[in-house]
Design a protein around this ligand. Structure first.
Ligand SMILES: C[S@@+](CC[C@H](N)C(=O)[O-])C[C@H]1O[C@@H](n2cnc3c(N)ncnc32)[C@H](O)[C@@H]1O
Length: 347
């Protein structure tokens, strides 16, 4: 039995729990939720936790019934912590771990500096000032008295996907993309269209959830498409999807030919402008309604809350909005909108 804590984007806790329960069923119990965190007792293989796609990072939690962190330098507690570090390191190839990082309030105090140096000496890892491969977070225990050490189960957060070989300004957090695509209830028969795909995050995360009959990503920007192509190749989906330099508001696709649409629309901050969006959003939603088959699902993310809600209200005959979720990401609170195409013909 392990105590496990997962970092999750705030707002997506319920979706992370859904994934955890779908994957592990009765192997996880005593699930508790705090903003941005999901805690559970887990009775499965630790390695399986690394497959979670809606979780930013997963940690093994070790609780110490001690009044102060100084006690962790004692033989018994130190041995237990080192054993936990060995367990975690054994999940990955050894060369993945080169540095160690102890993160705690007052981490530069003499006691925590000694603890950090002791851990570095025993593990043979170099101390990292900020990002470390082997990350240990030390904090007061949340459920009991004492202190707890949270040891991250992977050298990078799970949200840092191996497929991302090309970064793109404004690229979407991959765990958020995975949740958005899960909301569309993926099926192998889906004809999927990722509008304004940028580096391809939604498209790639969709293909990890299920195959698709057809998967297209489109963007106006040729450089973005090249970036998406590299990411698709790294993900092993070069043949499963195609990329097109199309205007999302003027698609060369037949009416009613798409089952799933998705987009992380320009927020008008890093990309585009609010003025441009006033014109762009209604055009995209109208064109999406034209290419969508009756019953098609559309999942959008935007920070332009008033604008998108006004546009959905104007298009209520063709799009039924079913779910709105606020999520904290990149220092902002955008919203996910899930809508379904009605049977009404395009006006
Ligand atoms: C927020 S970014 C998408 C980022 C993407 N989700 C990712 O993870 O990389 C918005 C994208 O919209 C594209 N875009 C803006 N207007 C467009 C239009 N009319 N048609 C197609 N793409 C457009 C931009 O080139 C940009 O790549």
């Amino acid at each position: 039995m392990f105590d496990v804590e997962c970092d999750v984007l705030e707002g997506l806790e319920a979706y992370a729990i859904k994934e955890i329960q779908a994957r592990f069923g009765r192997r996880c119990s005593s699930i508790t939720v705090h903003p941005g965190r999901v805690r559970m007792v887990y009775a499965g293989e630790l390695r399986s936790l690394l497959r979670l796609r809606s979780v930013v990072a997963a940690y093994l939690v070790v609780t110490y019934d001690v009044p102060r962190p100084r006690a962790l330098l004692g033989h018994q507690h130190l041995t237990r912590l080192l054993r936990t570090l060995d367990t975690v390191r054994a999940l990955e190839r050894s060369e993945q771990y080169r540095t160690i990082r102890l993160s705690a309030a007052g981490e530069d105090s003499s006691v925590l500096t000694r603890l950090k140096e002791t851990l570095a000496r025993h593990t043979g890892l170099a101390i990292a000032p900020d990002e470390g491969d082997l990350l240990i977070r030390l904090r007061r225990a949340t459920l009991n008295n004492g202190w707890e050490a949270l040891v991250r189960l992977s050298p990078r957060p799970l949200a840092t996907r191996e497929w991302r070989v090309c970064n793109w300004p404004g690229s979407l957090n991959a765990t958020l993309a995975s949740v958005m695509m899960r909301m569309t209830q993926p099926a192998a028969t889906d004809r999927v269209l990722n509008l304004a795909c940028g580096s391809g995050t939604l498209l790639i995360e969709r293909l990890f959830l299920a195959p698709a009959r057809r998967a297209i990503g489109c963007d106006l920007d040729q450089e973005a498409l090249q970036c998406a192509q590299r990411n698709l190749e790294a993900a092993g989906f070069a043949k499963a999807a195609r990329l097109e330099q199309w205007d999302a508001a003027l698609l060369p696709l037949e009416t009613g030919s798409v089952d799933v649409l998705c987009a992380d629309l320009p927020f008008g901050q890093l990309i585009g402008s609010h003025r441009d969006n006033e014109a762009l959003y209604p055009r995209i939603i109208t064109e999406a309604a034209r290419v969508a088959a009756p019953g098609a699902r559309m999942c959008l993310l935007t920070h332009e809350v008033r604008l998108i809600e006004r546009v959905f209200a104007q298009h209520a005959s063709v799009w039924t909005l079913s779910t709105v979720v606020r999520v904290r990401t990149g220092g902002m609170m955008p919203r996910i909108y899930l809508a379904q195409r009605t049977m009404a013909p395009v006006p």
